[in-house]
Design a protein around this ligand. Structure first.
Ligand code: SF4
Length: 339
């Protein structure tokens, strides 16, 4: 519970803050009646999830499988991959970002995603989402400074628990992670994007697009049939204007499918370059039988984006050796049985 929730129960905000601190950190709280402490004990939990298995990739990414059968990934920043260019981080703090799951499985069945192939099992509670970060943080040798909701599941189909978890993670008495370092990624649930904008959250919004042509996107992301690209792009542009920030537009590059200069041109025509930043991700794993774009195709694609002055970045999706990359989380064979 957040301090504001305790205020709703008639307690002063400062007591609410102390109670939240006690719940998260297990501190003793002076000046709070025993009855209130018993109430917090009864109604809250700050348990980290039990780790079933951890696998470390050579580039420093660690994939965690939890007892409840979902996975999270600990991402080192800067990346420790041999030969990785870390010069941009000279003098900057070494830290971790945690990629968390919001659902067990996923109903959206994106054709390039291993989680989608599992189907939907259930929504995670806010405690189970926060518990992933607490478990990773408990054994981390660097501070955890960011959280991305890009693991298993569609966060905006579990909206209330995801927002509650994000609020706890950024609260000074809770996870104390900067709200702007918490990114929520959606495949395009337009009504919830609108709600997210109206509620004025400081968390960053990312939207997975992956094709700018609706008839092609439909084959890759069936959610297109429910929330078409046109509505989606209008909602993300409106969000960017309202929050005065760029929305991250994720584009999984699939060789021979969406990596041509014409595909890049369609993307340029669709997006307002002042309101977005395009995040390009090479497809991972073998779900859907896709292959990565060739260097030549990728470079021609990037030339079109650069020529149109669309800000973009190529996201390093690490942990390949342990299937921790974007779109690869499937909780393993054992975890899938546990779901
Ligand atoms: S990419 Fe995201 S929304 Fe699509 S199936 Fe995978 S987990 Fe679900």
């Amino acid at each position: 519970m957040l301090p504001e929730d305790w205020v709703a129960r008639g307690l002063p905000i400062e007591v609410g803050r102390k109670l939240m601190t006690a719940a998260i950190r297990g501190n003793e709280v002076r000046g709070v009646k025993r009855a209130a402490l018993e109430e917090i004990e009864r109604t809250t939990s700050a348990e980290s999830l039990r780790i079933e298995k951890r696998e470390t990739a050579p580039d420093g990414f660690v994939k965690y499988l939890f007892e409840i059968g979902v996975e999270a990934v600990r991402i080192p920043v800067p990346c420790e991959a041999p030969g990785a260019d870390v010069s941009a981080y000279a003098g900057k703090e070494k830290k971790y970002i945690v990629c968390v799951s919001s659902q067990a499985g996923c109903a959206l069945a994106c054709s390039f995603c291993a989680t989608g192939a599992l189907g939907f099992r259930r929504n995670l509670t806010a405690a189970e989402i926060v518990g992933q970060v607490l478990a990773v943080r408990a054994e981390a040798d660097r501070p955890v400074r960011g959280v991305v909701f890009m693991g298993m599941g569609e966060p905006f189909l579990n909206y209330d628990h995801v927002i509650q978890a994000a609020r706890i993670l950024c609260h000074p008495s809770g996870g104390a992670i900067d709200a702007k370092s918490i990114t929520i990624s959606t495949a395009g649930i337009v009504p919830q994007i609108r709600r997210f904008t109206e509620e004025g959250h400081k968390f960053r919004l990312a939207v997975s697009l992956t094709h700018a042509v609706p008839s092609q996107r439909r084959k890759l992301m069936p959610i297109e049939q429910v929330h078409p690209t046109e509505e989606l792009v209008r909602a993300l542009h409106d969000h960017a204007r309202a929050r005065k920030t760029r929305v991250l537009v994720e584009y999984v590059l699939l060789g021979g499918v969406n990596d041509s200069p014409a595909d890049a041109k369609a993307l340029v025509d669709l997006l307002d370059r002042k309101l977005v930043k395009v995040d390009l991700i090479d497809v991972n794993g073998d779900t859907g039988g896709y292959r990565r774009a060739s260097k030549k195709a990728r470079s021609a694609f990037l030339d079109v984006l650069a020529g149109a002055q669309i800000p973009f970045a190529i996201r390093y999706s690490g942990g390949q050796e342990v299937s921790a990359g974007c779109g690869q989380l499937a909780a393993g064979e054992r975890g899938a049985r546990m779901l």
